[in-house]
Design a protein around this ligand. Structure first.
Ligand SMILES: Cc1ncc(COP(=O)(O)O)c(C=O)c1O
Length: 485
């Protein structure tokens, strides 16, 4: 290749000629990133006043590396910062270092999960690691699954297999159906299920909400009641989705009773354990998932509570053969092997090898390490929740089953709208004055503050200081010290 046609460090040259320039560039980028991450406690979790016109000078004239490194510095500065322990707003965790490094390995190798020949190592790794996880969930010997780019795709694929398997519509589509297919989900379930219904051609109206109790868990009596009513109305309930770790409150639906109901009616049970699936790694808390072994399919996102860099999610099936029978579209242009090309049994074709970061994180951190991380985050949540309970001006949304605390400032004499405004103000106050980011979900028609206590570097002092600030806000705005015990 003629030199000077493109920058010398554009590629890692296969003949090793530019190794010096390559290593210099890698070192420069690594230094920037590592210095930023190792100092992330002193950066705010969010920069609400992001006004810099970063991308309007976008140039296609060949920008020197020095300039690109300067741009990277700005990008690091203004990016959302889930690394700091005071980022508590969402299920975004600090990533394991090995998962970040894995990304470099997989992108440098640039294999393709579409087929076995294009990713022989990673394809086998994915099948074997996922099979081990299916065993941990108790799905049995015939289980298997695929990695997906996030939980939404996992839910979509689970419901596609459920639809094809129960309604037998893989070939002829929905036109032959005489009854409207419907899916029952708790009212606290994730919106990706509506998206899935829309994409599956059964429409968002096919999602039937089941009531949830005070602690945001599916009310099984309401589920039992609704199924025969739907059937009477001429509809066909073909799937129930239970959630293990609801998005707002971290609640876990009663999986075992739900599985008994689905079994009785011959309905597919999908468990959206995008968040709570991580509990299989904790001996102490695993029983919270009791009943998940009865699921026909499970969504699990290690990108959340397993601290694996995004994206890393999966859909698992109790009977892997259904994935082959009711979902697989063969690609005859691929070399035939005994090994199923993963691109034929997943929504995505070309796909990144997300499995490596999970595989390396599991081995590096180990069962014990993950168990400690999970158990510790329960302790943080317990402490956080007890601080809420100590203050009569704060209200809990309910008891969470996991490490999420959803609460709000509640003053009886305030109208609903004023309460919502006050909580918005408190959220902004914490962000501005203490770099604490809590999210502000609307739930049951009200605004709440939500803390997801994921970061292993949270300390008791972090929690104490947050509540001192909340007290300060309360005294400043509501001026009644007697409500603080
Ligand atoms: C319970 C639950 N299911 C599914 C999803 C969707 O996952 P993703 O954002 O990875 O698509 C989320 C996201 O937070 C979730 O909380």
């Amino acid at each position: 290749m003629e030199t000077g046609v493109f920058p010398v460090d554009s590629f890692i040259e296969p003949n090793g000629k530019n190794i010096k320039e390559v290593k210099l560039l890698i070192e420069a980028v690594m230094n920037l990133v590592v210095d930023h991450a190792a100092n992330s406690e002193s950066h705010p979790p969010l920069l609400p006043d992001f006004t810099e016109q970063l991308f309007d000078k976008f140039s296609l004239d060949g920008v020197p590396i020095k300039e690109l490194l300067l741009q990277l510095e700005t990008i690091l500065k203004y990016s959302m910062n889930p690394l700091t322990p005071t980022y508590m707003g969402h299920m975004d965790s600090i990533p394991t270092l090995i998962s970040c490094l894995s990304e470099f390995v997989t992108t440098a190798l640039n294999n393709n999960m579409l087929s076995f020949e294009m990713s022989p190592v990673f394809s086998k790794m994915e099948v074997q690691v996922l099979q081990q996880l299916t065993q941990m969930f108790g799905l049995g010997r015939n289980a298997g699954g695929v990695i997906t780019s996030g939980g939404s795709l996992a839910n979509l694929q689970a419901l596609a297999v459920a639809r094809n398997s129960i309604l037998q519509v893989k070939e002829n589509g929905l036109t032959s159906l005489t009854k409207q297919p419907v899916i029952l989900v708790s009212e606290a379930s994730h919106t990706s299920l509506h998206k899935a219904a829309m994409l599956l051609g059964i429409g968002t109206s096919s999602i039937i909400p089941v009531q949830s109790n005070l602690h945001s868990q599916m009310d099984t009596q309401d589920l039992e009641r609704k199924i025969p009513i739907l059937i009477q109305e001429g509809k066909q309930p073909f799937a129930v989705v239970a959630t293990a770790g609801t998005t707002v409150t971290g609640s876990i639906d009663p999986l075992l009773p739900i599985s008994e109901i689905t079994k009785k009616h011959g309905i597919w049970l999908h468990v959206d354990a995008a968040y709570g699936g991580a509990l299989v790694f904790s001996k102490k808390y695993k029983s919270l998932l009791s009943g998940i072994e009865q699921a026909d399919s499970i969504t699990f996102n290690p990108q959340k509570w397993m601290y694996v860099a995004k994206t890393c999610a999966m859909v698992l099936f109790k009977n892997r053969d259904l994935l082959e029978r009711d979902f697989r579209i063969s690609a005859p242009y691929m070399n035939e092997t005994e090994f199923t090309n993963l691109g034929e049994i997943s929504v995505q074709g070309t796909r990144h090898a997300d499995i490596l970061k999970l595989y390396l994180s599991l081995q590096h951190i180990g069962l014990k390490g993950y168990e400690n991380l999970i158990n510790q985050s329960f302790l943080f949540a317990k402490e956080f929740t007890s601080q809420v309970k100590k203050r009569s001006y704060l209200e809990l949304s309910g008891e969470s089953n996991t490490n999420i605390c959803c609460f709000r400032l509640f003053l009886k004499e305030y109208q609903q709208k004023q309460q919502d405004q006050l909580n918005l103000k408190l959220q902004q106050f914490l962000l501005k004055n203490q770099n604490v980011f809590l999210s502000l979900p609307t739930y049951r028609g009200k605004r709440w503050l939500r803390a997801v206590l994921l970061n292993p570097f949270i300390s008791p002092l972090t929690i104490q200081q947050i509540f001192e600030k909340i007290d300060e806000f309360y005294i400043e705005h509501c001026n009644d010290q007697s409500l603080i015990k």
